[in-house]
Design a protein around this ligand. Structure first.
Ligand SMILES: [Zn+2]
Length: 157
């Protein structure tokens, strides 16, 4: 790994340790050229398995871009989108698998999106669940109403 300060291609590892949760390794490195120190982290890449069988690294940016499309014209700001992306990633990583099927990524988005904006949720769900008729929408809206009537929405995160 090259030095991020002077681009010297050779750096030395001076310390390696597991993070507290054991999910990653951090390495302290020093550059023999400029003497600066920096830290790198090694973790398991969370992979998403698409229906085609192709896997690709999980991308929070992709999640946010998809949700942003569903939120067009809705009162949802970038900050809320960023938080949603973080929640989705945390939920998927908490499950502890190195690879998740793409439909589980969709499911992980639906929960927090439903709390954020019901219209955006319906748009996203219609694509994700491939709604085919007005009945599908009606059922989904009914279930949103039922969920909403069980109490006040929680504090927004
Ligand atoms: Zn350097």
């Amino acid at each position: 790994m090259h030095c991020p300060f002077c681009r010297n291609p050779d750096t030395k590892v001076i310390d390696s340790r597991s993070t507290d949760d054991g999910g990653a390794i951090r390495r302290r490195r020093s550059c023999p050229e400029c003497g600066k120190r920096f830290t790198t982290q090694e973790n398991v890449l969370l992979m998403v398995a698409k229906r085609s069988g192709v896997t690709e690294p999980f991308s929070r940016e992709k999640i946010i871009a998809g949700v942003r499309r569903a939120c067009q014209g809705r009162p949802v700001d970038e900050d809320a989108l960023a938080k949603l992306g973080q929640r989705v990633e945390e939920a998927l990583r908490a499950a502890g698998a190195a690879e998740v099927p793409s439909h589980e990524v969709g499911l992980a988005i639906l929960g927090p999106l439903g709390e954020l904006d019901e219209v955006a949720y319906l748009r996203f769900a219609s694509v994700y669940r491939s709604f085919e008729s007005l009945d599908d929408f009606a059922k989904e809206i009914e279930s949103l109403r039922t969920a909403g009537s069980s109490g006040e929405p929680g504090p927004s995160r």
